[in-house]
Write a protein that binds this ligand. Structure first.
Ligand SMILES: [Zn+2]
Length: 362
């Protein structure tokens, strides 16, 4: 059995997504989002993904078993096994740290019994990177990508090196991507890329409007086409705008397609307080990396309805997981659905699948 297993996830931003950097930079925007330090392309850090996955899995477990007891004490999965895990007062007892808790074993816990050491958790998350980025052009929106971004889904693309936009066929008139006017060139591998994206569950209205640019141009195109909003605080006494309370914030625009990976370790290699991990998912003991991934997938319907990142009260954050396609047992319970939305339709994946390593079991 493999020591670990990786799951590629592809998500579509149904709203703008703002994962704040917690700082400001000199420029036009006060509340900036997290960027890759090398490429300057915005991303969602793996730590943010791990936090929301944990919360949503705890919610899903709570819906299935709302009367959970630990050592004769009421210890609900949500909020106790979500969050930071340090006990606060008598109402929040922190992570349960039990070997039969699917939340604490998969996502780790801060401390064991009697403040003993914690556990790092069986699932790890990479940062979510931009795979396809929507840009206005005079021919309507185009979803832009580059060879470096396509590597996220295992595609090696060669020959995209001119300062141009690459389509399946060339055209004589140049095309604007935002403010940038570029010549249009044809590209032989274009159809293969389209097919791979189709097998990742990317909808046709996106892959039919694909555009490829060189790695060097991609960060400029992304950063000059982010959504920037301006808000102002309202004085409750007067109902008018508060003096000096205007602020602006940026976000990945609706329609951005992101890719990330979840890496699951083999539960058989770990012990909690000397005990084997005996948590269950969908009735089965979590005894291999694939079942760890099953636990994490329970968060996917919640990501689509409750979202990720900040500004959730301003219509931001919902992320629909396109790949892997949703399993029927992971559908979100009625009482959690906060907004009406159509179920996503995904094509059956062909090119991409959960990959496991050939490493032998220890
Ligand atoms: Zn727990």
């Amino acid at each position: 059995m493999a020591s670990y297993k990786k799951l590629l996830c592809i998500g579509l931003a149904l709203d703008p997504i703002h994962v704040g950097s917690g700082g400001a930079r000199l420029g036009r925007v006060e509340l900036t989002i997290v960027r890759d330090p090398v490429t300057r392309i915005p991303k969602i850090p793996g730590s943010s993904l791990a936090g929301v996955y944990r919360t949503y899995v705890a919610m899903a477990e709570h819906v299935q078993n709302s009367n959970r007891q630990v050592n004769g004490q009421s210890w609900p999965y949500y909020p106790h096994c979500a969050g930071l895990g340090q006990p606060k007062g008598e109402h929040y007892l922190g992570h349960c740290a039990q070997p039969d808790c699917p939340v604490c074993t998969v996502f780790g816990f801060a401390r064991g019994k009697d403040q003993a050491g914690g556990f790092a958790g069986l699932a790890a998350f990479t940062d979510a990177h931009v795979l396809l980025f929507p840009v206005p052009t005079r021919q309507g929106p185009r979803w832009v990508t580059c060879p470096e971004a396509l590597r996220l889904v295992g595609l090696e693309v060669q020959g995209v090196d001119q300062d141009a936009v690459y389509f399946g066929s060339s055209q004589n008139t140049p095309l604007n991507l935002g403010w940038l006017l570029l010549p249009v060139m044809s590209f032989g591998q274009f159809q293969n890329i389209v097919q791979s994206l189709q097998s990742c569950g990317v909808p046709s209205y996106i892959y039919e409007r694909l555009a490829i640019v060189p790695d060097g141009l991609f960060p400029h195109i992304v950063n000059s086409n982010l959504e920037v909003r301006t808000s102002v605080a309202i004085n409750p006494a007067t109902g008018a705008a508060e003096e000096q309370a205007l602020f602006s914030y940026e976000a990945l625009p609706r329609g951005t397609v992101l890719a990330w990976e979840i890496i699951a370790k083999n539960p058989k290699h770990f012990r909690i307080e000397g005990k084997e991990i005996c948590a269950r998912v969908n009735g089965n003991k979590i005894d291999d990396p694939a079942k760890v991934l099953e636990v994490t997938k329970k968060a996917h319907p919640y990501l689509e309805h409750l979202g990720i990142g900040g500004m959730g009260t301003r219509g931001m954050g919902r992320l629909r997981v396109l790949y892997p396609p949703p399993a029927p047992e992971n559908s979100v319970p009625e009482k959690v659905k906060c907004r009406d939305s159509a179920t996503s339709t995904t094509d059956s994946p062909s090119g991409l699948s959960e990959s496991s390593t050939g490493l032998p079991e220890e």
